[in-house]
Design a protein around this ligand. Structure first.
Ligand SMILES: [Zn+2]
Length: 332
C-alpha cells in the first residue's frame, strides 16, 4: 500500500515537468504583440510559482524521506537517482547534434537538409574540408552537412554506411536510456519490500544478510546510474565514430574535387578549336597562326577527330595559346 503512495509522489514530480510544458504553450502566444505583455507577466508569475512549488515539494518529500515514509528511498539513493538524471540530461542535450542521423534512412536524400556536428559549430583552422563538411585533425570536432548540393546526398549515404557497420547499441535512441532509468526509479518504490522477504527466510550469517540488505536496497539506483553512464559513454563513442567518418568523407570529397578539376581541364582543352597543320582540301602546309588555307582559302578547322584526314596534326590556335599563357601569368 505504502508503495502506491510513494508512486503518487513520483507522479507529483511529473506534474512539475508538465508545468514546463505549459510555459512552452504560452510561448506560442508570445509571438502575438497584443498578448505579449500578458504572456511575459504570466510567465514571470508561473516561473516564480513553479520555483516556490518545487521548493515546497522538495522539502515535503525530503521530510517524508527523513521520516522513512517513502519506501525504498533514502537520501543516498535519491542522490544517485538525481545524479543519473543529470547525466541523462547532458547526454540528451548532446544527442541533439547527431539527431539527423535517424532521418537518413527515411527521407529522400536529394531533398534532405540535415547536419551533424561536434564542437561549437565553427570550423577550426587546422580542419580539413570545406566550410560545410570538415573534420579537425587535432581533436574530435567535425561537421557533416547533408544539404550540400554537391556532396550532401553522398555524405548522408556514407554516414548511413558507418551506422550500419558499427554496433547497433551506438545508435539506440538516447531517450531509451532515460526511460530505463525512470523504470528503475519506479520499480525502486516496491523492489526492496518485494525482494527482501525472500532472503529473510534464508539461513545465512548476519554479515551476509547485511550485505544482501544493502545490495537489494541500492540495486535499482545503481542500475539507474549505470544506464545514465551508458548513455554518456555511448555518446562519446558515437562522436569518435562520426569523427572518423567525417575524416573519410573529407578525404573522399577532396579527392573527388581534384579529379573533377583535372577532368574539367581536359574537357575545356577538348572544347577548344583545333586546326590542321596542312590543308585538308589542297594539302598545302599551314603555319601555326593560320585558320584558313593561304592557297585555296578553305577552313583549316578540325571538324571531327574521327574523320580527321590522315597525317592531320591537331594544334591549338596561337591566339588560344596566348590566352592560356596570360591566364598562367595571372594565376602566378
Ligand atoms: Zn588549301
Amino acid at each position: 500500500m505504502a508503495a502506491f503512495s510513494g508512486g503518487g509522489f513520483g507522479g507529483g514530480g511529473f506534474h512539475g515537468s508538465g508545468g514546463g510544458g505549459h510555459y512552452g504553450h504560452y510561448g506560442y502566444y508570445g509571438g502575438d504583440d497584443e498578448y505579449g505583455n500578458h504572456v511575459v507577466g504570466a510567465m514571470v508569475y508561473m516561473t516564480i510559482g513553479g520555483i516556490v512549488f518545487s521548493v515546497m515539494l522538495f522539502s515535503f518529500v525530503a521530510g517524508l524521506i527523513y521520516e522513512g515514509v517513502i519506501p525504498g528511498l533514502n537520501f543516498i539513493n535519491l542522490a544517485i537517482f538525481v545524479a543519473s538524471v543529470v547525466m541523462h540530461i547532458v547526454a540528451l542535450i548532446q544527442s541533439g547534434r547527431t539527431a539527423d542521423i535517424r532521418n537518413i534512412e527515411y527521407v529522400d536524400l536529394n531533398k534532405f537538409a540535415g547536419k551533424i556536428w561536434n564542437g561549437n559549430g565553427y570550423r577550426p583552422r587546422n580542419a580539413k574540408g570545406d566550410k560545410r563538411t570538415w573534420a579537425s585533425v587535432n581533436d574530435k570536432r567535425y561537421s557533416i552537412s547533408f544539404f550540400d548540393r554537391e556532396f550532401g546526398a553522398e555524405n548522408a549515404k556514407k554516414v548511413l554506411e558507418t551506422k550500419l557497420r558499427t554496433p547497433k547499441i551506438l545508435w539506440v535512441k538516447p531517450s531509451l536510456w532515460l526511460k530505463l532509468s525512470i523504470g528503475c526509479f519506479i520499480v525502486n518504490f516496491f523492489f526492496y519490500e518485494a525482494v527482501i522477504p525472500v532472503f529473510e527466510n534464508m539461513i545465512m550469517t548476519d554479515i551476509a544478510f547485511a550485505f544482501i540488505d544493502e545490495f537489494v536496497f541500492y540495486l535499482m539506483s545503481v542500475l539507474s546510474l549505470l544506464f545514465a553512464v551508458a548513455a554518456v559513454v555511448i555518446f562519446i563513442a558515437k562522436d569518435n565514430v562520426l569523427h572518423e567518418c567525417a575524416l573519410r568523407i573529407v578525404e573522399d570529397n577532396v579527392a573527388f574535387e581534384e579529379r573533377y578539376k583535372t577532368e574539367s581541364a581536359i574537357s575545356s582543352m577538348l572544347s577548344e578549336k583545333w586546326y590542321h597543320n596542312s590543308c585538308p582540301n589542297c594539302g598545302a602546309p599551314a603555319s601555326k597562326v593560320l585558320k584558313n588555307c593561304l592557297s585555296c582559302g578553305s577552313s583549316l578547322e578540325v571538324l571531327s577527330f574521327e574523320t580527321g584526314a590522315p597525317g592531320a596534326v591537331h594544334r591549338l590556335s596561337l591566339a588560344d595559346e596566348k590566352g592560356k599563357e596570360a591566364k598562367k601569368e595571372k594565376t602566378k
